[in-house]
Design a protein around this ligand. Structure first.
Ligand SMILES: [Zn+2]
Length: 224
């Protein structure tokens, strides 16, 4: 009798809880080298899709140059860092060009927790007006949702000074939640100006998923 087919389990889902004390310091993790510059993009649905012609922002990840293709936000944040839920979480979607021949993930997602502030010295959150329209709970007309808007943005305004991070293997948090994402979630939040507290629709964020047989690494040591 043939062995029954085993349905593949989904065991590497995102987001997850990230805990400093329950993760493992891996000093061999190399810092991400952000080579970000001003880029142009078009809002398509919930995402800013960056133009492939013209300047490209990228990160150098383990020696691989990974171009930034898209960015989007979740409100409230999806990952929990030491129990904290951020007001906003930015996802910077980088393509791993070496997939699948030399690397098992198709994307490197960088997650950044954002803290909107009215402090005028904070960098201006260039996409704030768009975010407010999407996330303030008012009905957005189909025409407004479908309208394509072009933006120019320097994504480095969203990066905190300290780039300490958690690293784990996971999935997309929307759509078919494919398990083809290497996650790098920055430990420190970034304050950006506006749009201030939002009345958020929690449907834009996925609940935390079980860790299963995974370990979370971090590139920072505990302070003794
Ligand atoms: Zn996302």
């Amino acid at each position: 009798m043939p062995a029954p087919l085993v349905t593949p389990q989904r065991t590497q889902q995102s987001p997850i809880k990230l805990n400093t004390l329950k993760s493992y310091y891996a000093p061999e993790l190399r810092p991400l080298e952000f080579q970000y510059t001003k880029v142009a993009g078009t809002l398509v649905g919930e995402e800013l899709v960056l133009d492939r012609a013209g300047p490209v922002s990228q990160v150098v990840f383990d020696g691989m140059k990974c171009p930034l293709r898209k960015l989007h936000f979740h409100a409230p944040g999806e990952h929990r860092i030491d129990g904290m839920i951020a007001e906003l979480e930015l996802h910077l979607v980088h393509e791993i060009l070496e997939y699948p021949d030399a690397y098992p993930s198709a994307y490197l997602f960088v997650g950044v927790m954002l803290a909107p502030t009215t402090d005028k010295t904070a960098p201006v959150h260039a996409l704030a007006p768009w975010l407010r329209g999407h996330f303030d709970g008012r009905a957005v007309t189909r025409a407004a949702r479908d309208a394509r808007q072009d933006y120019e943005i320097d994504p480095s305004i969203y990066l905190p000074e300290d780039r300490a991070y958690f690293r784990y293997e996971g999935s997309m948090t929307t759509g078919d939640t494919e398990e083809i994402v290497t996650w790098t979630v920055l430990r420190d939040p970034k304050a950006v100006e506006g749009p201030g507290p939002l009345q958020l629709d929690p449907k834009t964020s996925r609940l935390v998923q079980p860790l299963m047989r995974r370990y979370v690494l971090r590139n920072f040591a505990l302070i003794a």
